[in-house]
Design a protein. Sequence first.
Length: 247
Amino acid sequence: MNRGYEIFAEFYDCLTENVEYKIRGKYFDSIIEKLCGRKKGVLLDLACGTGSLSEVFDDMGYDVIGVDNSVDMLTVAANKKMKRNIQYVCQDMRKLELYGNVDVTVCALDSLNHLDSIDDVRMVFDRVYKFTEPGGLFIFDMNTEYKHREILKNNTFVYDMEEVYCVWQNYCEDSRVTIYLDFFVPDENGMFERYSEEFNENAYPVENIKKEIEDAGFEVMGIYDDGGFEPVKEDTQRVIFAVRKPQ
């Protein structure tokens, strides 16, 4: 699992301008309401990145804790939060350690796909279970094998922006995608400096994730196609898992 994202963190927000965080936050909030979770309680935004989704939950009235393993991502998040009450903590989510329990944990935007193996995913499930209030919810999404093999696969994407020129190259083998990022950053003289980063994403069958979450002690409340409450289809690109810790 990549621990840095140094240059990626600097340009993460401009490269993800297409992510509608407010809509995504309202969607997760609707899942919490549907499953009768404790709205406006303590919410853990796991792998929070630069804090864009954390800020949406903060605006909704949740008491937000944002955890990420990248100091660079959290530095951007802290610089944005201004007078917000969000608490940001730098931790490896496989070794999550909190001072108390939370009512809801959200892990969004395929963050769990970045872990190295299914064993690492299970470690996260175990840690989240430990720090979830009885009856509390854990809602997370994961990219599917279909998305890796058919959408990301061996494709190249180019982002030509004022702040940066980024070439995003994928190499897919089975359900593992290796992502190569080349950033070309202009300086004051009109010259470009090149920076490179590399990381991997792994996808797993839905049934494998369901088994791991149940083995960790959670009850599966719903498995949805992203953005709604429809069942997963063959061409689903992102799956939403909504699970609860038993009372």
